[in-house]
Ligand binder design. Structure first.
Ligand SMILES: [Zn+2]
Ligand SMILES: [Zn+2]
Length: 296
């Protein structure tokens, strides 16, 4: 009988060791530092070498200030960027106005919502048509009498249409619009971590979708290797030294004059290396002549 039990125990232990679950595993982690991308913040990745369980650890984005502050935070979720503005250490606001500026070309407002700090007489308005597009949170006088609640002020969801470096996000507040019941301004700071910890897109080498000609500029398309975002750039007309949109005798004359030692504008010289061999010489002139004659 003893033998049967120990055999059963033995089989049970073998089965267990063959199927280590993360719940029963005494994890042994290795850590990897994962750099920031356009879609995820930099973080430390812990991976268990036994069961394979992973855990992501994000470093805190700011140190908690002592006094009153508005936390301006953001999270990229695919092609949506979710923003929240929260009030902390509120000493008693009576009126509150905050303005969030953004670039309407790079970010498009999908939705806005009031937070639960103030329920009445508070509004969130969007002006995407302004020269400097903005979203404004405004809680009118006396709506907040001696309100010392902390929490969400407002939230915004944007559709991402452009590069993170072009979003132009900034949260602003004027002291005179942020007062207590006695009309005195309340000192506060704005902590902006909205895009902190994200990097811009990481582009591939690009593919030319339209070859430039002697009269038409070309197009090159770069794709982000992380998220698939595509940006396009113009490839100037080859040999268009003076930037008038076409290759002609004026461009060749400028190159000839440069080769003959005349002083030529640097911006012109920068476009003379048409065969991209890092030298400006007679070979470039020959290529320009051939292209102009339609031979290449
Ligand atoms: Zn484990
Ligand atoms: Zn990207």
């Amino acid at each position: 009988m003893k033998k049967v039990i120990s055999l059963a125990l033995c089989i049970a232990m073998m089965l267990c060791s063959a199927f280590v679950t993360s719940a029963s595993c005494e994890h042994s982690y290795i850590t990897t530092e994962i750099p920031a991308t356009c879609s995820e913040r930099s973080h430390t990745l812990k991976t268990c070498t036994i069961c394979g369980e992973t855990e992501k650890i994000y470093a805190p984005l700011y140190d908690e200030p002592e006094g009153c502050y508005f936390a301006f935070e953001g999270q990229i979720n695919g092609d949506v960027f979710d923003v929240t503005v929260s009030l902390r250490n509120n000493p008693g606001f009576w009126a509150n106005r905050l303005t969030l500026n953004y670039n309407a070309q790079a970010l498009e407002v999908i939705s806005t919502a009031k937070g639960d700090v103030w329920t009445s007489n508070a509004s969130v308005t969007v002006n995407a048509e302004s020269e400097t597009p903005y979203i404004r949170f405004y809680a009118e006088n006396n709506a907040l009498a001696n309100n010392t609640k902390n929490g969400l002020v407002f939230s915004v969801s944007f559709k991402i249409n452009g590069r993170i470096n072009d979003w132009g996000l900034s949260l602003n507040a004027k002291s005179r619009d942020n007062i207590n019941v006695d009309g005195n301004t309340i000192p506060f700071v704005i902590i902006d971590t909205a895009t902190l910890g994200y990097s811009d897109h990481i582009f591939d080498n690009g593919i030319i979708t339209t070859e430039p000609t002697n009269t038409e500029a070309g197009v090159i398309e770069y794709t982000c290797t992380e998220c698939g975002y595509i940006k396009t750039d113009v490839i100037p007309v080859i040999g268009d030294v003076n930037g008038d949109g076409k290759l002609n005798s004026e461009d060749m004359l400028l190159l000839k004059r440069h080769l003959a030692g005349f002083t030529i504008e640097l911006s012109y010289i920068s476009k003379m290396d048409v065969n991209s061999d890092s030298k400006v010489n007679a070979k470039d002139l020959l290529i320009m002549k051939k292209r102009f004659a339609g031979l290449i």
